[in-house]
Design a protein around this ligand. Sequence first.
Ligand code: C5P
Length: 409
Amino acid sequence: MATIVVGVTGGVAAFKAPIVVRECQRAGHDVYVAATRASLDFVGRSTWEGITSRPVAVDIAGEGRAEHVELARVADLIIVVPATANSLARLAAGFADDMVSLTVLASDAPVVVAPAMHSNMWLAPATQANVKTLRERGVHVIEPASGALGSGDSGVGRLPEPEEIARVALELLEANNRASSALAGRTIVVTAGGTREPIDPVRFLGNQSSGRQGLAIASAAARAGASVRVIAANIESALLEALPTGVQVTRVGSALQMREATIDQVTDADALVMTAAVADFRPEATSESKMKKDPSTDDAPTIRLVRNPDILAEIGHSDKRPPLVVGFAAETGTDEEILAYGADKAARKGADFICLNRVGESVGFGDVPNDIRLLDASGHITGRYVGSKDEVAAGLVGHMASFLDNLKR
Ligand code: C5P
């Protein structure tokens, strides 16, 4: 039995929300209702109290209670039904001055939102931008149906049938429960970020990697119950601080430091995921003092580079390798070309999987979705994940869990 909070906002479709509550109860769950003041004009307190046999949460302050935090803490799932255009905007902006938005903001439970409004409001760029923001944050926004609207018009914006909303929400709850133990008892090492190869005390050869995809994988693995170790090369502190509690972080700078830390951390691990952008070359020598220009000439120094060790290949081919080794490859070119590069990389590096990321054209950068194909050791596509970095991470972590479960223990 799970605890579900149904958040009701003030739209004419609110009359369908009691059926969502009933469906959740019929599935054996404990349901609390949080309502905005405006919603009480559509469905009153006594209806909610009659259905749930408990007070409806409306007031965010009063009698010294921290009810909002309490509901957020106990929730295993939050369903906002109906969600008005106004409430979508408030959820997207992180408002917290009514019981519904406040509960969503304070909870880390999965959130399902069922919008209902006039077509013009649904299709308005502001609403669409809010929906996009919420989806990027992992909120499950159910597409409204088309048909007769409260205003007498007809079009998209109608609340889907409440039974359907409950079905989608309960499926998500179940998937979330399965996912939250998929890697229980496993130790996963994730390298992330980009190495910096020192030229002198103030200069380095580096790359643009932010480390976000690696941290998304580390977070997804931790949420799936794994014990997670991150080897972080030059990642912003704020990003590392946002990792779930318990994730262990080792900071490194250069490829050689990353190699040492990775070999050390991976000995008793079940899986290594190498998302880090490791420099292939480093300056042969690092100057101990800052390199100066000679004002008397136009000459520029020459920096001689040497190859860095390939950490993935070294661990992938070692007899002490963890049972699962995953590498990343960012490639440009046609579909055929990148698949060939990926297959070659999987074989060369001794990886069980290569996550092949096509970059440079319409995917892989900025806020456009990632499109990752998972190639197995023989170069066959065994999965494809399109979406935000979190969605891609969740897909990959699910695949890793099945791979480890299928190995002989
Ligand atoms: O060969 P390429 O750099 O495209 O391979 C990328 C994969 O290899 C990534 O998983 C990266 O973390 C890993 N790698 C490594 N050591 C290097 C270079 C890349 O482990 N020196």
